[in-house]
Design a binder for this molecule. Structure first.
Ligand code: GLY
Length: 413
């Protein structure tokens, strides 16, 4: 396919313009460029966003929830793509992504937590997923730093991890190597010409033209001015506070796999990296655009982590941060074409942005080159949130669309 990326005086034109340079925008750009399309990514800081905060669990099995069976199929498809995806990305860029096939252990501390975990085990079994029930003693044999009070656990050998900051850096490099152009500015407004998405106007007034536009702006995706109301993605921010600690050499290995638990109804996870970083997350708060790290959030995470791993209070606390998960009404992503010709979405990944990165790249590259959503992505069409909109009827642009948010919030994957 012909790749086109043309400069006309002050205005540029690409085949595909991706609004948002987080991991979802980057993987879309990379995969589209590999298929021969001329791609521009518009973002003031490509490689930023949610992945700066996310822990990077690839937890298709251990994060399974009731009512998310449709999403499960996509999660599993992406988890299966991960080894080859990482191998290709690392070979193209020469960069390490911190992918670690370490597995996960989910544990319970009291009778209620254990009953919940038993229920999860049953749900996993009904869904055809592999996990093994362990006694408290068996859990401690696997992870000797666990508290003596652990009552039982679930061993999930297929749920791995990646370092999202390294993943972002590798995707930026992969994009550069594939010829993707980065326009380092905020996208201010979608341009619609003759009832078709035709590009964006960026901060400073430059106009970027494109045959197709992909909005991949994480939790900001619903706030790009100029997008018709009917196709504005219904994505809201869900705040997550995350801590980073460091395991000094005498303690290593403090934890050999990802540890998860529900402690008195709150979810907690601890993700140990090979370089000694231990990521502890995450709160889940409906507080709009707030990204304050609070004493209460840090306290609750450390309190629950301490109940699981008493030795954690000896570790240096090296970073506290809050990010915003881009969350849709059904917690599943919005992928593919909208009712406005030329406008696509790749957003709304909620808790699964890192996990869904490989499959999102595959799906979006297919849509952008063929115009068709692959079968496994059909349940995630943006049209599911506007069922009354007749297909083919051009969406109309509301002059009242909200201006793009410019506060530089981090979005959480
Ligand atoms: N997937 C982990 C989180 O969103 O906290």
């Amino acid at each position: 396919m012909r790749s086109s990326h043309v400069q006309y005086g002050k205005s540029e034109r690409a085949d595909v313009l991706v609004v948002g340079g987080g991991i979802i925008g980057l993987v879309t750009a990379w995969r589209a460029a590999q298929r021969g399309l001329g791609v521009t990514v518009v973002d003031p800081e490509p490689g930023g966003g949610a992945a700066r905060v996310a822990a990077g669990m690839l937890a298709a099995v251990s994060e399974l929830d009731h009512g998310e069976q449709t999403l499960l199929a996509l999660n599993i498809a992406s988890a299966q793509l991960y080894p080859d995806f990482v191998a290709e990305l690392e070979s193209v860029t020469g960069l390490d992504t911190g992918y670690r096939a370490c597995g996960t252990l989910a544990v319970a501390l009291d009778t209620d937590d254990r009953a919940q975990l038993r229920e999860l085990h049953a749900l996993q079994g009904r869904s055809g997923l592999e996990s093994e029930w362990l006694t408290g003693r068996e859990c401690r044999r696997l992870e000797p730093m666990l508290a003596p009070g652990v009552r039982g656990g679930l061993r999930v050998d297929g749920d791995h991890q990646i370092d999202p900051r390294r993943l972002s850096a590798a995707l930026v490099t992969a994009c550069e190597r594939a010829g993707v152009v980065f326009h380092r500015a905020w996208a201010e407004r979608l341009r619609v010409v003759r009832d078709r998405a035709a590009g964006v106007t960026v901060a400073g007034g430059a106009e970027l033209g494109a045959d197709q536009v992909v909005v991949a702006g994480g939790s900001l995706s619903g706030r790009l001015a100029g997008v018709p109301d009917e196709v504005l993605p219904p994505v809201r921010p869900v705040k997550g506070q995350v801590l980073r600690l460091t395991v000094p050499r005498p303690y290593a290995p403090f934890l050999s796999r990802t540890l998860r638990a529900e402690v008195r109804g709150s979810h907690i996870y601890l993700v140990p990296r090979e370089n000694g970083e231990l990521v502890v997350g995450a709160t889940s708060e409906e507080l709009g655009w707030d990204t304050t790290v609070t004493a209460g959030g840090v306290y609750e995470l450390l309190r629950d982590a301490h109940e699981l791993l008493p030795g954690i209070t000896e570790l240096p606390l090296t970073e506290t941060r809050a990010g915003l998960r881009p969350t849709s009404p059904d917690n599943a992503p919005l992928l593919g074409p909208t009712a406005l010709p030329g406008l696509h979405l790749a957003t709304g990944h909620h808790r699964n942005g890192v996990l869904l990165t490989p499959v999102t790249g595959r799906v979006m590259a297919t849509v952008l080159t063929t115009g068709e959503l692959p079968d496994d992505a059909r349940p995630f069409t943006p049209g599911r949130f506007s069922p009354g909109l007749p297909s083919g009827r051009p969406a109309t642009v509301s002059p009242a669309a909200s201006p793009a948010v410019r506060a530089g919030q981090e979005q959480h994957a």
